[in-house]
Design a protein around this ligand. Structure first.
Ligand code: GLP
Length: 250
C-alpha cells in the first residue's frame, strides 16, 4: 500500500478527485467503483466543480457502487442510490443507465449478489475502486470476520456500524439491519484501489491497519495484498500512527 499524507479533508478530496479525473481522461470508458458515506462527499464536489469548469466527460464511464441498504426505497434520502444522485450523478453527464448500485429485494434475495458479480464481469471489471473505511475496519459493508473470499451478497450490519450511521437517520430503529455489499474478493479484483481516510475518528483503525498483519478481523487489512492500493490519509487520521511511528514518516 502506498500512503499519501495530506493536510486535511479538503486536500484529500481534491487529490482523490484528480486521480479519478486522470483515470477518466486516460480511459474515457473507465469502470469506476464508487463509495458512499461522509468521506467521499468532498471528492464528489471536486468532480462536479471540474465537470463545470473543464467539462471532463463521463458519457462513456460506468459506475458500480460498493453497497446499498436493504429495505430502503431508492427514493429514500438515506438510500445510497439517492446519495449518489444527489452528490454526483445528477451533476455530471453520466447516463443514468450506466450507474449501478447493488440492490436486493429482501435479506433472502441470494440471486441479487450473483447478478451483481455477473454485471461487474460483463463490463470488464473495475478499473478503479474508491473506498472509505469503517471505524471497525470494514470496507464496503464487509464487517470484521467476513471471509476474504466473500463475493457480493447480503450482509448483516454490526451494531457499531448501525450506531455510526445512525447520525443520518431520525432514530436508531430506522437504520437498516442488513445491506447488500460487494464482497472482499470482489473489491480485490479491482485493478486499482484508492482508500480515503479522514478525521480523528479514523485514527485508531488507520493505526491498526498499518500495525497489524492481514487478518479477517480487520477487513481492510487484505488491501496489503493488492498490488495497486493508494491510501490518502489526512493529519487527523494519521495522528496515532505518526505518534507511534513518527520516524517512519519524518
Ligand atoms: C459506511 C459505508 C462504507 C464507508 C464507511 C465509512 O457504512 N458502507 O462504504 O466507507 O461506512 O463511512 P464514513 O465515510 O461516513 O466514515
Amino acid at each position: 500500500m502506498k500512503l499519501i499524507e495530506v493536510q486535511n479533508y479538503d486536500e484529500m478530496s481534491k487529490l482523490a478527485s484528480e486521480i479519478i479525473i486522470e483515470q477518466v481522461q486516460t480511459k474515457a470508458n473507465s469502470v469506476l467503483g464508487l463509495a458512499t458515506g461522509g468521506t467521499p462527499i468532498g471528492m464528489y464536489q471536486y468532480l462536479m466543480k471540474d465537470f463545470t469548469q473543464n467539462k471532463t466527460s463521463y458519457e462513456q464511464v460506468i459506475t458500480l457502487n460498493l453497497d446499498e441498504y436493504i429495505g430502503l426505497d431508492k427514493n429514500n434520502p438515506q438510500s445510497y442510490s439517492y446519495f449518489m444522485k444527489e452528490h454526483l450523478f445528477n451533476h455530471i453527464n453520466i447516463p443514468e443507465n450506466q450507474t449501478y448500485l447493488p440492490s436486493a429485494k429482501s435479506v433472502h434475495d441470494e440471486e441479487a449478489g450473483r447478478n451483481y458479480e455477473k454485471l461487474i464481469e460483463s463490463v470488464g471489471g473495475i478499473d478503479m475502486q474508491i473506498l472509505g473505511i469503517g471505524e471497525n475496519g470494514h470496507i464496503g459493508f464487509n464487517e470484521p470476520g467476513t471471509s476474504f473470499s466473500s463475493t457480493t451478497g447480503i450482509v448483516k450490519l454490526a451494531d457499531s456500524t448501525r450506531e455510526a450511521n445512525a447520525r443520518y437517520f431520525t432514530k436508531m430503529e430506522d437504520v437498516p439491519t442488513h445491506a447488500i455489499s460487494m464482497g472482499i474478493s470482489t473489491i480485490m479484483k479491482s485493478r486499482q484501489i484508492v482508500l480515503l481516510v479522514s478525521g480523528v475518528k479514523k485514527a485508531p483503525i488507520l493505526n491498526q491497519l498499518f500495525q497489524t498483519d492481514v487478518n479477517e478481523n480487520l477487513p481492510a487489512s487484505i488491501l496489503k495484498k493488492h498490488p495497486d492500493v493508494t491510501v490518502i490519509a489526512d493529519q487527523e487520521a494519521l495522528s496515532i500512527l505518526k505518534e507511534k511511528k513518527g520516524s517512519v514518516f519524518s
